[in-house]
Design a protein around this ligand. Structure first.
Ligand SMILES: [Zn+2]
Length: 270
């Protein structure tokens, strides 16, 4: 086999891997529901943008980037195969869930003598953009795949113990086989009295969290379905669960309830 044939084979392998990987962006196009929802969202959003241009009437504002408009845009929720109105910021791409997450973070960030160190695991482009506008914080983005500050697995975070003042872990744990190890790693790097905000999709009425097989061709890579025992799973690692906030949104007329936002703290003597 020549060198160019070998290189072509490698690229083909990579392409196939990216297409079939459950967390690949290609997942958006494999599932017909998601594909249709995405296309419909684009058409409806183009209509909203046109309305904003023709008759500007700011009624909502994005708390992350300051964008103002008549309504937030439609968003095709990947995991629920749903098309949700009043979600998407047309400038920074944040969803309502991200805006609530950041609001909670701002309210609960502990006072630090020096620049507070903030870690986000599996960051979204919108939160990265938000933190880039806040140089008073020392922000570290961690992920396995994306272009980030520290590239590592959530179960082995390449940072020293007790160095982080706060972390954000949104829609990550449900993709990790050893989710307890990931929670323990976040606990290890957190300073005593440091806080974290954890969000996972949670099924109401499900008493016990369990493993699922959703890493199929049409799936979206969930390994865990969490139930009402999720708070207990967090506590078992050592965290104190301060609060479980439910939906409180700036999204306008169509609020949607997601799983609770768990505010956790490492005890001062922990
Ligand atoms: Zn925005």
């Amino acid at each position: 086999m020549t060198r160019s044939e070998s290189s072509l084979l490698k690229q083909l392998n990579l392409g196939l891997f990216l297409f079939f990987h459950p967390q690949s962006p290609a997942a958006l196009f494999r599932n017909p529901y998601r594909l249709v929802n995405n296309l419909v969202a684009r058409v409806l959003n183009a209509g909203l943008r046109l309305q904003d241009r023709l008759r500007p009437e700011p009624r909502v504002a994005c708390s992350l980037c300051g964008w103002q408009g008549r309504r937030f845009g439609y968003w095709a929720a990947v995991s629920a195969n749903q098309l949700l109105p009043d979600q998407l910021c047309f400038r920074c791409g944040s969803t309502a869930q991200t805006r609530v997450l950041v609001k909670l973070f701002e309210q609960h960030l502990p006072a630090a003598k020096t620049k507070p160190a903030v870690l986000e695991i599996g960051p979204s482009p919108a939160t990265r953009q938000y933190f880039a506008q806040h140089p008073e914080l020392c922000y570290v983005a961690v992920d396995r795949f994306k272009w980030v500050d520290v590239r590592c697995d959530a179960t082995h975070i390449a940072l020293r113990s007790r160095t982080i003042d706060a972390f954000i872990c949104s829609n990550v744990l449900e993709h990790i086989p050893d989710d307890r190890q990931a929670l323990s790693e976040l606990y290890r790097i957190l300073k005593p009295d440091g806080i974290g905000i954890i969000v996972v999709p949670q099924t109401k009425g499900l008493t016990k969290s369990h493993r699922v097989r959703d890493t199929t061709f049409l799936g979206y890579g969930h390994i865990w379905e969490y139930g009402d025992d999720f708070a207990q799973r967090i506590k078992e690692v050592g965290y104190a669960v301060q609060a479980a906030h439910t939906w409180d949104t700036d999204s306008g007329p169509t609020p949607v309830r997601w799983g609770p936002f768990y505010l956790v703290r490492r005890p001062a003597d922990g």
